[in-house]
Design a protein around this ligand. Structure first.
Ligand code: ADP
Ligand code: MG
Length: 705
């Protein structure tokens, strides 16, 4: 994640002193400058005669001034320069320049030869170029043999200045390559400094592959960026393995607890669940702290896997803490896990931000004394006052929902909260947003991953319909009929927060409207009234809990909610999910919401209501939802449509993405970098360290979140 930091090095600054305009671009060292890659290129290696011009083409022209005059008044003043070339007596080209100096006008005497580059347009009086780049030349001036780089820059820092700075920096670069020859050969990558030289001055033949981002020199840079990340992550892993954790195997508690839990479950685990349980169980018996991500699509049954891990910790005489990002989800976990484990004699404590001081103090006391073996709650669980007697395992549900900062706080407080034992607890993270493998590797390279890749049996896939909001009334009538049959439904509205400005359906208004509409539907006299519940983020925690409980118990037929229900809510009887303004949601969010239904045996439906007209991407998203039910396929699609930041909730935490590599496009390079990182750490630790220092800075501390 920190790869977005500016690469830096000890080499001497390329600019001239502190006031260098390059500093405004954050360019301090020669490496910084060398890594300031062109945004695009211009091809000035070929001349086009005026008679061969085509409308809209980007061309370089050598021609002679016939006339130059200033027209109009400031601020609309422009300098018009008329040109002709010897090969095309019938054609003229007019340049329109908006920024010019008096002495430039003077230099543009008839007969002076100019070389201009820009986009040509067919104007009223012949060919025109608006604000091209130009310079005076004489007839023998050679053309460049390489493409002309165009750099990202800021006001007052001309391209010519940057080009000169780059040339200087490249000449001074240390030619040593941190990536050994055999690694480069293995992955077909060119030398680093040669790649940089190419990228700043490529041959014209490279044009197409550069445009496509597939030129070997580009791939080398992307590779190096990814390599730095992979090295840092693998290094962090090595460090972590030096910490000690309690080996959670048998003796100390109630050894038979996991077996008794299994026996009490109303179902048998799927093979995929069994595999994950085994992977986790093996980690827990080690004295190195586990650092594992359990991922599985919504409804794949992660909770029971977590419960068995908890049981293993408790059986060994240690405590387990489970935290969830929202109070609703935490409460639901608490209920489910308490239902499973309390009857088996496990002491449970609940911690949340909304509980009373007295309740909280009592809970804290039970945590500190070790009486509570299972501690459940929101992030209140990791706050500073919480002292564990013997924390052996921490489980974080929906870990991607926690910001990076919170994940770090978690690690710190886990260490602090268990100081007395001097041991680091094992850490299990769970995610229902299936992270494509490429992304998981890039961002959580320091994590082991277990995946539940099949759903429990007996599920019928959710049928997804995309429906125009014009047919809302039909839909409401159908919902009325469904509820009358004893089925339950969710109706999700986009956010309340900005409803006034964004003209979104406000959950409160929708609740009132749907209540009225359903009440007005004809129904048999003996039937009870249809109850409509409401759940949104601004309600008090207790109100939310009450609404969820009423829905779980079947007292409410239709639950109107904002996306607060997105995560983890589990009411198997609910079989219809309506998402209003579905076009405003991202794919992974839609998938999470859809995952709230299809949890029982009944055929479930998801209706995506949209308000036309649809943008092309929105159309593509809704089509993907209709066609794909697999979370991984959808996550991959999401990555393609939106880029990785949003998928991982990084946007809010302000962690920028990679500078050069594109995870959707460069998966193969990520694999290559991972592979090389392993060997480099073993065989060439010095080169590895230098590479990380070059890209991530000397004082780099890998924030393994
Ligand atoms: P998620 O992975 O989304 O957290 P849950 O753990 O909430 O999924 O499980 C979804 C539902 O499936 C729950 O009702 C759970 O009890 C049930 N379930 C889990 N595993 C199995 C299984 N092996 N067989 C049948 N039902 C299962
Ligand atoms: Mg869950």
């Amino acid at each position: 994640m920190s790869a977005a930091r500016k690469p830096s090095s000890q080499s001497s600054p390329g600019g001239s002193g502190k006031s260098s305009p390059l500093h405004r671009l954050g360019l301090r060292s020669d490496w910084d400058i060398a890594l300031h890659l062109p945004l695009r290129y211009e091809d000035e290696t070929r001349l086009t005669p005026l008679h061969a011009l085509r409308d809209g083409a980007d061309v370089t022209v050598d021609a002679v001034v016939t006339e130059a005059q200033v027209q109009g008044r400031s601020p609309r003043r422009q300098l018009l320069v008329r040109l002709r070339d010897a090969d095309s007596p019938q054609q003229t080209l007019t340049l329109r320049l908006f920024h010019f100096y008096p002495n430039q006008i003077k230099s543009l005497q008839p007969g002076v030869r100019l070389r201009v580059h820009g986009q040509v347009r067919q104007g009223l009086f012949g060919w025109e170029m608006v604000h091209p780049s130009w310079k005076t030349v004489d007839a023998h001036d050679p053309l460049p043999t390489t493409l002309t780089p165009v750099y990202p820059t800021t006001a007052g820092l001309p391209q010519s200045y940057l080009r000169k700075a780059v040339t200087g920096a490249l000449a001074r670069l240390d030619a040593r390559d941190n990536v050994p020859q055999e690694e480069r050969a293995r992955h077909h990558l060119p030398d680093l400094v040669a790649s940089l030289r190419t990228l700043h001055a490529p041959p014209p033949s490279a044009w197409a592959s550069l445009e496509a981002g597939e030129h070997p020199a580009q791939r080398r840079l992307k590779f190096d960026e990814l390599l730095a990340q992979q090295l840092a992550q693998q290094q962090a892993r090595v460090q972590r393995l030096r910490w000690k954790a309690p080996a959670l195997s048998g003796s100390g508690g109630d050894e038979a607890l996991p077996q008794r839990l299994r026996a009490a479950l109303p179902f048998v685990l799927t093979p995929a669940q069994e595999r994950c349980v085994a992977e986790i169980a093996a980690d827990l018996t080690q004295t190195a702290p586990m650092h594992r991500l359990l991922q599985g699509d919504v409804g794949s049954g992660k909770t029971v896997v977590a419960a068995l891990a908890a049981a293993q910790a408790i059986a060994a005489g240690w405590q387990c803490a489970i935290m969830a990002p929202t109070e609703i989800l935490a409460a639901q976990h608490a209920r489910k896990l308490a239902d499973w484990l309390e009857p088996l004699g496990v002491g449970v404590a609940w911690l949340s931000g909304s509980q009373s001081k007295k309740e909280r103090e009592a809970a804290l006391q039970r945590v500190a004394s070790g009486q509570a073996q299972l501690v459940l709650g929101t992030h209140a669980v990791i706050q500073a006052q919480v002292r564990f007697a013997r924390l052996g395992l921490a489980i974080v549900d929906e870990q991607h929902r926690f910001g990076v900062a919170q994940r770090l706080a978690l690690r710190d407080s886990l260490r602090a909260g268990t100081q007395d034992t001097g041991l680091q607890p094992h850490l299990l993270m769970m995610s229902a947003t299936p992270i494509p493998r490429t992304l998981a590797m890039a961002l959580f390279g320091d994590l082991d991953v277990s995946t539940i890749d099949t759903l429990p049996p007996g599920r019928t896939p959710v049928r997804t319909t995309v429906l125009s909001a014009e047919r809302r009334d039909d839909l409401i009538a159908r919902i009325g009929a469904l509820i009358a049959q004893g089925r339950q439904a969710y109706w999700v509205c986009p956010l309340v927060e900005e409803s006034e400005t964004l003209d979104l359906q406000n959950a409160v208004a929708t609740h009132a409207e749907l209540s009225a509409a359903l009440a007005a539907l004809p129904r048999a006299a003996q039937q009870p009234p249809l109850r409509v519940g409401l759940l949104h983020g601004r309600m008090k925690a207790a109100e939310k809990r009450a609404a969820m409980q009423a829905f779980s118990a079947g007292d409410i037929g239709l639950l109107v909610a904002t996306t607060v229900i997105e995560v983890g809510v589990d009411v198997p009887n609910a079989s219809l999910m309506v998402i209003e303004h579905a076009e405003r949601f991202g794919l992974s969010q839609l998938h999470q919401l859809r995952g709230r239904v299809g949890r029982g045996a009944a055929q479930s439906d998801c209706v995506l209501l949209f308000t036309p007209p649809l943008s092309p991407t929105a159309r593509e998203r809704l089509a993907a939802m209709r066609e794909l039910s697999d979370g991984f396929a959808l996550a991959q699609k999401d990555l393609e449509l939106r880029g990785p930041g949003e998928l991982l909730g990084l946007r809010q935490s302000g962690v920028p993405g990679l500078r050069y590599a594109d995870l959707a496009q460069d998966a193969d390079l990520l694999e290559a970098a991972r592979d090389t990182a392993q060997r480099l750490l073993q065989n060439a630790p010095d080169a590895a360290r230098q590479h990380v220092a070059l890209w991530l800075g000397e004082g780099f501390d890998w924030l393994s979140a």
